[in-house]
Design a protein around this ligand. Structure first.
Ligand SMILES: Cc1cc2nc3c(=O)[nH]c(=O)nc-3n(C[C@H](O)[C@H](O)[C@H](O)COP(=O)(O)OP(=O)(O)OC[C@H]3O[C@@H](n4cnc5c(N)ncnc54)[C@H](O)[C@@H]3O)c2cc1C
Ligand SMILES: NC(=O)c1ccc[n+]([C@@H]2O[C@H](COP(=O)([O-])OP(=O)(O)OC[C@H]3O[C@@H](n4cnc5c(N)ncnc54)[C@H](OP(=O)(O)O)[C@@H]3O)[C@@H](O)[C@H]2O)c1
Length: 465
């Protein structure tokens, strides 16, 4: 038989994880010049698109349009999509070796980073990851509940996820009802008594991780005022020197928005989204029943490290904030996959230019590749994952040319027989397309982009109906 990658011996690639990175890997494989390939894509969920469906905020529908591009990849005649097949449970590394020349892991960052402060696990203290997955109808999080009967919520972290969480808490029911937010979350937020949401950054406004369009957007909410404090928005000497040495127009614009929010004015709306800076939480307090009642924040000052980075250093000055809800939004974290190398300290799969590396042997794992958040860590917007996937597929193509891939013993269809033999019943892409059409039709009736099915049972029923 000829080398893999030809018409009589197509290159067989498994892609594990079907968020943006999985689709960009599949697309880059299919578009590699002169390569004939067959791609099998697996996701543990019966739905594709990862965080585009379950992370991107419901009021950012325009961002979700990228899924139309991914659908074209999934519909390519050389691609098979398997929804509801979990690597590590239904499919192992040995299975992959028997059936594919190569595998790309694109499983994203499935959990959250912790603050490691007392009170973090009190009732009412939640990772933002779970709140986000809940309001987006993620099958794993649909049963969660959040007590929205409190007046004040505190969000720790000032990245784009933190601002998504704060904005969703500050939107009116009418604003939310135009989105594809999960129905149960819409009902819960309709009854919400949250009136003030604090976004707490450990460094200053210039170092805040959120992007300008997100900061600007919260100044235009229907019934919430965006507020900041003049003393916290004013630049400290360390930041002034840093900006003088490295002028940055994006930072200037961000400061302009935040300075505007800090201007004294009559606040007319019923909710407030309050930016706080230079504060770190040191303790989350609970009441007698074990529910969150407040947070201790310590005031920080900034100092420049030897590497030029600007760090927060705690002073002794503290502030008590009463609140019934705390969301920690300090980053996502990758999860290890059985039989695949993993760096516990970074929460990523170790790699060199996308080739998975065995840390003990300090050598690449034959046929194993990685892309996206599980490769780089949990940062970067959707488009960042495209270049990341392209780098990975270039490494794969170079290894193919050098004869360094796996040599599967089983034919292509053996993997479907294997899964059936294990009692796995997966959702195909044509079936998913039926689910999506039904969701959109349910939405059209209610003037919404879609009404999501949130339980695996409902999704499978819609797929097979
Ligand atoms: C709350 C939030 C909002 C965001 N909003 C925006 C935005 O508005 N605009 C923007 O450009 N970017 C946004 N991003 C960033 C963007 O979502 C990420 O860059 C992107 O989704 C990362 O892609 P990924 O494919 O690496 O991971 P993911 O999107 O997480 O996809 C990973 C996939 O792997 C699957 N998986 C995991 N484990 C297994 C397993 N064992 N077996 C099989 N499948 C598995 C998961 O089910 C998932 O479908 C947002 C991120 C978050 C967290
Ligand atoms: N609309 C959008 O485009 C959109 C929406 C959501 C997410 N995303 C993208 O998705 C990625 C992930 O977003 P993210 O918000 O999860 O991560 P992020 O951008 O890395 O922000 C994390 C925030 O947590 C803070 N933090 C970390 N550890 C902390 C600690 N121990 N105590 C207090 N604060 C701490 C960070 O502060 P320091 O800076 O001081 O470390 C930072 O403010 C980003 O690239 C983001 O742009 C994009």
């Amino acid at each position: 038989m000829s080398n893999p990658g030809t018409a009589d011996n197509p290159l067989r690639v498994a892609v594990v994880g079907c968020g943006p990175s999985g689709f960009y890997v599949a697309d880059a494989v299919l578009k590699t010049p002169g390569l004939v390939a067959q791609v099998d894509m697996f996701d543990r969920l019966p739905t594709p698109y990862g965080l585009v469906r379950y992370g991107v905020a419901p009021d950012h529908q325009e961002v979700k349009r990228v899924t139309k591009v991914y659908a074209k990849t999934a519909e390519h005649p050389s691609v098979r999509w398997f929804g509801g097949v979990e690597f590590g449970k239904h499919l192992t590394m040995d299975d992959v070796r028997a059936h594919y020349h190569a595998v790309a892991f694109t499983t994203g960052a499935q959990t959250d980073r912790r603050l490691d402060i007392p009170g973090e696990d009190l009732q009412g203290s939640h990772p933002a990851t779970q709140f986000v997955a809940w309001y987006n109808g993620h099958p794993d999080c649909r049963h969660l509940s959040f007590d929205l009967s409190t007046e004040r919520a505190v969000v720790i972290g000032v990245g784009n996820v933190a601002i998504d969480v704060a904005r969703m808490l500050c939107r009116t029911p009418d604003e939310l009802a135009k989105t594809d937010i999960a129905d149960y979350a819409l009902e819960a937020l309709r009854k919400s008594r949250v009136r003030e949401v604090l976004l707490v950054g450990r460094r200053g406004p210039a170092q805040a991780a959120f992007t300008n369009s997100e900061v600007e957007e919260v100044g235009e909410l229907a019934d919430a005022d965006a507020v900041a404090r003049p003393d916290e928005v004013a630049l400290d000497e360390v930041t002034k020197a840093d900006l003088a040495a490295h002028p940055d127009r994006q930072t200037d614009l961000k400061l302009k928005f935040l300075t505007k929010y800090a201007e004294p004015r009559a606040l007319s709306k019923s909710k407030r989204l309050v930016f706080r800076f230079l504060l770190s939480p040191t303790k989350i307090h609970g009441d007698a029943s074990g529910r969150v009642s407040g947070v201790t924040l310590v005031r920080n000052v900034l100092s420049a490290g030897a590497d030029g980075s600007i760090k927060a250093k705690a002073t002794g000055q503290t502030e008590e904030v009463s609140a019934g809800l705390v969301f920690r939004s300090v980053g996502y974290r990758g999860v290890a996959l059985p039989g695949v190398p993993f760096r516990e300290d970074w929460g990523t799969i170790p790699h060199e230019a996308g080739r998975v590396v065995d840390l003990a042997r300090k050598a690449p794992v034959t046929g194993a590749y990685v892309a996206g958040w599980i490769k780089r860590g949990p940062s970067g917007v959707i488009g960042t994952n495209r270049a990341c996937a392209v780098e990975t597929v270039k490494s794969l193509a170079a290894d193919l040319a050098a004869g360094k891939l796996l040599a599967p013993s089983a034919p292509r269809d053996a993997v479907t027989a294997l899964l059936k033999g294990r009692g796995v019943s997966w959702v195909t892409f044509p079936e998913w397309s039926k689910v999506e059409a039904l969701e959109v039709a349910r939405g059209a009736a209610a003037g919404r982009p879609r009404v999501k099915f949130c339980s695996p049972e409902e999704i499978v029923a819609a797929a097979r109906g």
